[in-house]
Design a protein around this ligand. Sequence first.
Ligand code: NAD
Ligand code: UDP
Ligand code: UDP
Length: 313
Amino acid sequence: MKQSTTLVTGGAGFLGSHLCDRLIDRGDEVICLDNFFTGQKDNIIHLMNNPKFELIRHDVTFPLYLEIDRIYNLACPASPVHYQHDPVQTTKTSVHGAINMLGLAKRTGARIFQASTSEVYGDPEQHPQSEEYWGHVNPIGIRSCYDEGKRCAETLFFDYHRQHQVEIKVARIFNTYGPRMHPSDGRVVSNFICQALRGEDITIFGDGLQTRSFCYVDDLVSAFVLLMDSNSEITGPINLGNPNEFTMLELAEKVLSIVGGSSKLIFKELPQDDPRQRQPDITKAKSMLNWEPSVQLDDGLSETVKYFRHLLG
Ligand code: NAD
Ligand code: UDP
Ligand code: UDP
């Protein structure tokens, strides 16, 4: 019998490579697609000799003709430094990428998962954020290429579902961290850990009292698979993240206590449109997927520090 084949776009990136591992572990045939804008071969090198794994270098903004059963659409740079590097390409990746992958899903009858984001809520006026909240997004700021691109992708997913009966699964992912984050992508967890390991100053943007809620990658990937496997009536959007909320000052203290060393905190200007607070309401994920994160920040940070310690040598 033919094994089910799953396409993972952005499969050589941070989340995508962990997802490929999980799918291979459970016996799926996996086609990993990536244009290597922010992804790295090192993230998937251990899978290259596996007969169930295949790698395609391709850009999702161009059409793709393959025969597949499921699509996880993760292709898109995720860190502000990377997605602001070429903002036009970021919007194209989200919007043209969604159109092409939805066209592929429509033609093949594949079920398709979209890696959406808490950024669709912008700088939220509702706290914590539930899926019913429509968001508070600047349409013309420096984060808009990402936020509005992801919002338009959600629109396309729901219109392909209503108009063409494509089976969709839309996840709104909140800040996630873990091994294989890119060391220079500027995200707060990788920045703080690399700075502490190198004995450099820890850069706090603004007063450091803004909050984020950090989910460990293994917990998140479990939710991806549960959502993809769930009943076809569950379309999302569904928040996935860890509701434990921390200030950036608290995060810096935790990183320093794990790494040790002599780094000092220095304060830098807060980037434009930087959300003040962010915390997922995961009531839906708990009830619909019977999922909740289990890895505590201290434990997840220790694993991530181990990874970066090895990487930075
Ligand atoms: P990442 O940058 O590590 O991975 C993105 C991958 O997509 C990379 O391998 C990159 O090379 C690839 N890619 C980018 N543009 C492409 C294109 N046009 N064609 C083909 N491949 C392309 O980021 P990540 O953290 O793994 O994020 C994965 C997905 O999850 C993204 O869609 C992101 O928006 C979403 N997400 C992530 C987080 C998080 O905290 N990590 C939070 C919310 C949403
Ligand atoms: N597409 C693709 N692979 C497929 C089918 C479609 O990449 O197997 C792309 C193609 O570029 C197309 C887009 O998806 O333009 C949207 O497809 P759809 O069938 O919705 O629209 P149309 O073909 O009418 O543009
Ligand atoms: N941040 C910081 N120092 C850094 C990098 C980021 O204080 O070196 C802050 C950033 O301003 C934001 C928070 O940490 O308030 C999370 O930033 P990240 O880029 O990781 O994610 P996002 O803003 O997309 O949630």
